[in-house]
Design a protein around this ligand. Structure first.
Ligand code: GLP
Length: 244
């Protein structure tokens, strides 16, 4: 779906998220959301905060699982995805703290495998993700599933691509300060969601959107795996869609 601009598109996606949450509330059920970080979802989160403040949208029945976190990373660091999520969403809504899950960047190396399996298990115990929100990196990554990621991959420790670290360098004051690794949900984890929305804005994303939507399905561009699913929607602004 192509919208005239990022703002209109973000509001539309936020309203779909709100409809899902309200629908689950009516049924006395939880809404289980997979969430993304980066610049892309910021306006969508801002609209959810507005709906909470001005239209009484409640998040008591919402459980969230974030896609990824840098490793190593302190949750209180300015660049952590914990800080990002708190500042952009969680600090402004009434979601119970225990309902929030973000991969832990403070684990020791030998704790990671068990932690990642437990992350997957928690999602399954809640009957899976109702909706997964995605952005896309210029390497074609979704979450931090960089080129080479397998379609059935699970939550795990990964090595970040050089381009990804370059793109993150502004936040860290130089590429040399960007962690070389991250913990990310896998492609397989993402695929289990009942609905997937990938959002992308601006000319900068046009080449990778073209590859993701029209390119040959290959681990060289992990987002091409999304072509294999019929429950995926790309929500784009005119610029990101301009090469299609
Ligand atoms: C980061 C995140 C991804 C995100 C991507 C795009 O690497 N781990 O989940 O989709 O960047 O970021 P942006 O939205 O800032 O372009």
């Amino acid at each position: 779906t192509v919208y005239p601009d990022e703002h209109i598109a973000s509001v539309k996606v936020a309203h779909r998220v709100a409809d899902l949450i309200r629908g689950k509330q009516r049924q006395g059920e939880r809404a289980v959301l997979g969430l993304a970080t980066g610049a892309t979802p910021v306006e969508m989160y801002a609209e959810l905060v507005r709906l909470h403040r001005e239209e009484g949208l409640g998040f008591q029945n919402v459980v969230t699982f974030n896609l990824d976190e840098y490793y190593p990373m302190s949750p209180t660091a300015a660049q952590s995805y914990v800080t990002f999520m708190n500042e952009n969403l969680f600090d402004h809504i009434d979601i119970p703290k225990e309902n929030i899950h973000i991969p832990d960047g403070t684990l020791s190396k030998d704790e990671i495998v068990a932690y990642c399996l437990a992350y997957e298990r928690k999602i399954e115990e809640l009957n899976g993700l109702d909706l997964q929100i995605l952005g896309i990196g210029r390497t074609g990554h979704i979450g931090f599933n960089e080129p080479g990621s397998a379609p059935n991959s699970g939550t795990r420790l990964v090595t970040l691509d050089d381009l990804t670290r370059r793109d993150a360098s502004r936040d860290f004051g130089g590429k040399e300060n960007v962690p070389t690794k991250a913990i990310t949900m896998g492609i397989g984890t993402i695929f289990k969601a009942r609905e997937i929305i990938l959002m992308a804005w601006s000319q900068k994303k046009a080449p990778i959107i073209k590859k993701a939507v029209e390119g040959e399905i290959s681990s060289d561009v992990p987002a091409t795996y999304l072509q294999l699913s019929d429950k995926v929607e790309f929500v784009l602004d005119m610029d990101a869609a301009s090469a299609l």
